[in-house]
Write a protein that binds this ligand. Structure first.
Ligand SMILES: C[S@@+](CC[C@H](N)C(=O)[O-])C[C@H]1O[C@@H](n2cnc3c(N)ncnc32)[C@H](O)[C@@H]1O
Length: 307
């Protein structure tokens, strides 16, 4: 795990630029990629700024900006749709098994509550993010949807400074009932301290049977030279937009940390497994080598622990 100074976005008044970028990647995937789509974010277009909306909408602009000016980052795009697909597959299974709370940590412009109105009676959605990003999102939802979905609650939290558990409680989260958490595109922007603190607060305030899915950036020494060069470029790109990447893991260091915080490993999804499960023989999309996904659960205490 790397360490670093506190995130400069703490208490930030800026809205997240990376949140708009990844929503643009989902919008472009649905509009321009050949089917079958990995992930169908039918509301992503509505979450974009006018500039990124135009990029996603018009093929020449999409080509110029996405494939030429930012073309070097194309290998990073697949991680954005693959991680959402994996998460929502797992989430739907959890809802079918009776989980009624979905907490989206660092929600950005995630549109689950807008897309899955069919699940509105079955699951309450809590979106956790910087207040500035949530203000913009609220306006975009109102414009696109006319109202905020009844089952959606915004929980303004800065992971670096606020107490997640207190804010969740104020928002009506029921810590006696299991929840499903996602934490996509966020861990690498946080300090190790904020990651550990968030995991502790989730573990302390979640009922047994709760689950968490997230993606993480692997340590540089695990990357090929080619991916490492791209990763460093990407880090520079997001840092220049005020969102430096601060933390990475090896699968082993992640597992060890999660165990120390009381989590049980359910599944690790390295790129090979992403390929096997979602891409098969497809060659037009290649998983991003340095983003792995992981799923952990909070299990009921064993009989031995209870003694
Ligand atoms: C790359 S975006 C991902 C958004 C969303 N999860 C997705 O996959 O579309 C990163 C998100 O993490 C949020 N974030 C980063 N650092 C944060 C912090 N310290 N506290 C709260 N949110 C944070 C940003 O505001 C942004 O919405």
């Amino acid at each position: 795990m790397t360490n670093s100074e506190n995130s400069p976005r703490s208490r930030s008044k800026d809205t997240s630029k990376t949140a708009v970028l990844v929503a643009t990647i989902r919008a472009v995937h649905l509009r321009w990629h050949d089917p079958p789509h990995i992930f169908e974010d039918t509301f992503a277009m509505h979450m974009l700024t006018p500039f990124w909306h135009a990029v996603a909408k018009y093929r020449p602009l999409k080509w110029l900006v996405g494939d030429v000016i930012l073309g070097v980052y194309r290998p990073v795009y697949p991680a954005v749709v693959l991680r959402s697909r994996y998460t929502e597959d797992q989430l739907v299974e959890a809802i079918e098994s009776g989980t009624k709370q979905y907490v989206i940590l660092g929600a950005g412009h995630d549109t689950f509550a807008l897309r899955r109105k069919d699940l509105a009676d079955k699951v309450r959605v809590f979106e956790v993010d910087h207040p500035a990003t949530q203000d913009v999102k609220r306006q975009r939802i109102l414009k696109a949807n006319g109202s905020i979905p009844d089952n959606l609650t915004f929980v303004p939290v800065d992971f670096e400074v606020d107490r997640l558990d207190e804010e969740m409680e104020k928002a009506g989260f029921n810590s006696q009932k299991p929840a499903f958490y996602s934490w996509l595109g966020v861990t690498y922007y946080l300090t190790p301290e904020a990651i550990r603190d968030t995991l502790d607060r989730v573990a302390q305030k979640s009922a047994p049977g709760s689950r968490i899915v997230f993606d993480f950036k692997i340590a540089k020494h695990m990357m090929t030279q080619e991916w490492r060069t791209l990763c460093e470029k990407m880090e520079g790109f997001v840092a220049r937009r005020g969102e430096p990447m601060l933390t990475d893991f090896t699968p082993q260091s992640l597992s060890d940390m999660m165990a120390r915080h009381g989590y049980t490993e359910v599944e690790m999804m390295p790129p090979e497994e992403q390929q096997r499960r979602y891409l098969g023989d497809r060659t037009d999309i290649e998983p991003t080598a340095f983003f792995h996904f992981a799923q952990f659960s909070l299990e009921p205490p064993s009989e031995e622990d209870a003694e």
